[in-house]
Design a protein around this ligand. Structure first.
Ligand SMILES: [Zn+2]
Length: 413
């Protein structure tokens, strides 16, 4: 098949006017100007999308589809600890069937808004075998042992047994305040052995910062009340503890996808960037960062220090987080929210945070996030009339996406 569009936005060089992409099976096999592609691939059927842009499908680098059913149910709270209390009490009423329905609804919604790959943290890994994902999915088992720290390894191993039924999976110790060093270390061991990805929430709120740095604040009080051992509090920042304290890792930590990083001390930025200075000076980054602009706004976190991370060469991606702190699973809306805060960042760079960058974070830099020979045929198309600022028009798109292709299969609506 040859797909022609007024402009093909490859994210691999400038947009191609009157462009076309040739697809064979689930891969891109050619991309360029339509007349050239047609000459080279004349045996293929042509689908002309007309006055539209064709671009890589969007990649949501952080969400929890478990909580799609909590949309609009949890109002912003006075403190982060209160929000945790509120979500815990909402979750107490949910059954396995509710979670499966919630995840299914979330997948449909993400796909409707042009997401073709999703990083989904799942608090109930035992349910994942019952769900057929309609889009490319990395299933991360979310792990918490704060109330059962004597069986850290068992919790992780049980999750791994369920997750292995999926093609793409990883592990997500929830956060430093809910998962023990044993969980983190065991997850890193498994990551090395199975070559899987790891993700966690880090330095999300000022309350997490106060808990670890100062042994005070509402989160400190809450976690102490539920019986967490608070001996690691009162010394380090969350990033300092995660990277500096030997308890949390057996050896050099493997690559992590780290969500949030909203509350950092000045020294934390360099600490995060240090592992990028590999021998020989290559550009390998150890940490990918996920920023969730609308969830960030919902919580009223400290300003996200985008420029400081970017200066240090860290890979920054966008995510929606869950609908317990957001209104929908629309990455176009996340890009617009980001743009409102960071006026100087170009729309092209913003789009790369929902395509190329998360492709790299998932170690799929030769398969996902661009339109290029050999990449998966995961594409979306949106109307496009402007010729001067295609990227601006893409980010401004605020309707459901009515044409997409995942793994070479067209999903028109
Ligand atoms: Zn999250």
């Amino acid at each position: 098949m040859i797909i022609r569009a007024r402009v093909v936005v490859t994210m691999d060089g400038p947009p191609i006017e009157n462009g076309a992409v040739a697809i064979s099976g689930n891969r891109v096999v050619d991309v360029g100007k339509f007349p050239e592609i047609w000459a080279r691939q004349s045996n293929r059927k042509i689908v002309d999308l007309g006055e539209r842009a064709l671009l890589p499908g969007l990649i949501n680098a952080h969400c929890h589809l478990d909580y799609t059913c909590l949309r609009g149910r949890i109002r912003p709270q006075k403190s982060f600890a209160d929000w945790i209390r509120a979500i815990n009490s909402a979750k107490a009423n949910l059954s396995s069937e509710d979670y499966i329905a919630s995840i299914t609804e979330g997948f449909a919604e993400a796909a409707r808004f042009g997401t073709t790959t999703i990083v989904n943290l799942c608090a109930f890994p035992e349910l994942v075998a019952q769900i057929d994902e309609p889009i490319r999915t990395w299933w991360f088992g979310e792990l918490i042992d704060v109330r059962s720290s004597d069986c850290a390894n068992e919790i992780v191993d049980l999750a791994v047994r369920s997750l292995k039924s999926k093609e793409n999976w990883g592990l997500a110790p929830h956060a430093l305040f809910t998962a023990s060093p044993n969980v983190f270390r065991h997850c890193e061991e498994i990551a090395r052995r199975e070559n899987i990805l790891l993700t966690t929430h880090l330095a999300e709120s000022h309350e997490e910062f106060s808990m670890f740095r100062e042994a005070s604040g509402p989160l400190y009080k809450f976690m102490k009340e539920i019986g967490r051992d608070m001996n690691d509090c009162g010394h380090e920042t969350p990033v300092g503890l995660f990277l500096g304290a030997p308890d949390w890792h057996n050896s050099t930590p493997p690559n992590w996808i780290v969500a949030h990083l909203n509350q950092l001390a000045e020294s934390d930025f360099d600490l995060l960037a240090t592992p990028t200075k590999v021998a020989g000076g290559g550009s390998t980054t150890t940490f990918a960062i996920v920023h969730c602009p609308r969830s960030h706004k919902y919580f009223g976190h400290s300003p996200f220090q985008f420029e400081k991370f970017r200066e240090r060469g860290l890979n920054i991606c966008l995510g929606t987080d869950s609908l317990a702190s957001n209104v929908d699973l629309n990455l176009f809306a996340e890009m617009r929210q980001f743009q409102k805060t960071f006026l100087k960042i170009s729309p092209a760079e913003i789009l790369s945070m929902a395509t190329v960058n998360p492709g790299r974070a998932l170690r799929q830099e030769t398969r996902l996030g661009k339109i290029r020979f050999g990449f998966y045929a995961d594409l979306i198309s949106v109307p496009c009339v402007s010729s001067s600022n295609v990227f601006e028009e893409i980010i401004a798109f605020d309707q459901p996406v009515d044409w997409s292709m995942i793994d070479g299969q067209v999903r028109s609506r």
